[in-house]
Write a protein that binds this ligand. Structure first.
Ligand code: BV8
Ligand code: ZN
Length: 255
């Protein structure tokens, strides 16, 4: 049973604002491979960084599209895990908790988290590849082997995610940065903290003198500067934090 330092419990309970930043690691226990995991099956010969780029899509739209369709089917068949559920529970027992995610899988929302800030977009939306058009629509067909055409301008539709070299959605990034400047504690969960500008948030909080907590079975560039390092899987540590903060849940939220 994971033991949570009492000092951390008191910090979190006293914090007026807590910012949580999650990465692909929180979805690992739902069976979704992280970017660091070796890609599986026919995708094992590709590196995500080589596929998640505008150049890859303009060069090989069908290959990139099929990679996203593979990921969409993986996520559609997956369930949120105890880590996602515990974060949804924490949102109810902390005074103000902002949840910012680098993930595009929508599992936080399916676990019941509200007002999730998606810095890198969402797998289940498509956007027109023409920036002049930008038509957005839900992705409904998980089996199409080629990207559909935009109903407005005929250009290819693409996954509505942020690729490497692309700017993050301004409003989402501004809200996340505001949260980092206002919070008393940032909880970094399941991220290697090497993808920018998302990784800047933890450094902003550290520089502001707020408390930085890391949950990750491995070390990252944040580990050396974190005030609390909880080494282990999010699916165990987050429910333990929720139990420590809210021992007698009203709705039996803890698992
Ligand atoms: C941009 C969506 C400029 C797509 C993704 C400095 C400043 C600004 C930019 C840069 C910079 N330096 C470099 C850059 C460029 C680049 C970048 O950061 N490169 C990195 C690789 C060095 N950044 C960009 O290109 C960004 N855009 O800067 O644009 C600009 C500005 C204005 C105008 C035009 C242009 C865009 C970055 C977004 C890219 N899109 N995702 C998709 O998903 O297909 S990023 C992608 O990688 C995911 O979002 C993921 O979160 C992220 C990191 O990948 P992973 O490492 O797999 O995941 P994660 O980091 O979460 O690591 C997994 C962790 O989980 C590990 O630590 C592991 O130990 C842990 N773990 C495993 N199991 C568990 C666990 N933890 C807990 N529990 C477990 N059970
Ligand atoms: Zn269009």
């Amino acid at each position: 049973m994971t033991r949570i330092p009492q000092q951390l419990v008191e910090c979190m309970a006293a914090a007026r604002q807590v910012l949580v930043v999650s990465g692909a690691g929180i979805s690992a226990e739902s069976g979704i491979p992280t970017f660091r995991d070796a890609m599986q099956g026919l995708w094992s010969r590709y590196r995500p960084e080589d596929l998640a780029t505008p150049a890859a899509f303009s060069r090989q739209p069908e290959l990139v599209w099929q990679w996203y369709q593979w990921r969409r089917r993986l996520v559609a068949d997956a369930q949120p895990n105890r880590g996602h559920q515990a974060l949804a529970g924490l949102q109810n027992c902390l005074s103000t908790m902002m949840l910012v995610t680098q993930n595009v899988d929508g599992l936080h929302q399916r676990a019941g988290s509200k007002d999730v800030i998606e810095l890198h977009g969402n797998l289940f939306e498509n956007r027109c590849s023409s920036s002049a058009c930008g038509h957005l629509e839900p992705n409904t067909d998980l089996d199409a082997t080629a990207p559909p055409q935009c109903p407005h301008c005929g250009s290819l539709m693409r996954p509505a995610v942020v690729w490497f070299g692309e700017a993050l959605p301004e409003a989402a990034l501004a809200r996340a940065r505001h949260g980092a400047s206002e919070c008393q504690l940032l909880l970094s969960v399941g991220t290697s903290a090497v993808v920018f500008p998302a990784a800047d948030l933890a450094w902003m909080v550290k520089q502001a003198g707020a408390v930085l907590v890391e949950i990750n079975p491995a070390t990252t560039p944040l580990t050396a500067v974190a005030d609390f390092v909880l080494s282990g899987p999010a699916g165990e540590i987050l429910p333990a934090i929720l139990r420590a903060l809210d021992p007698e849940p009203s709705d039996g939220a803890h698992t």
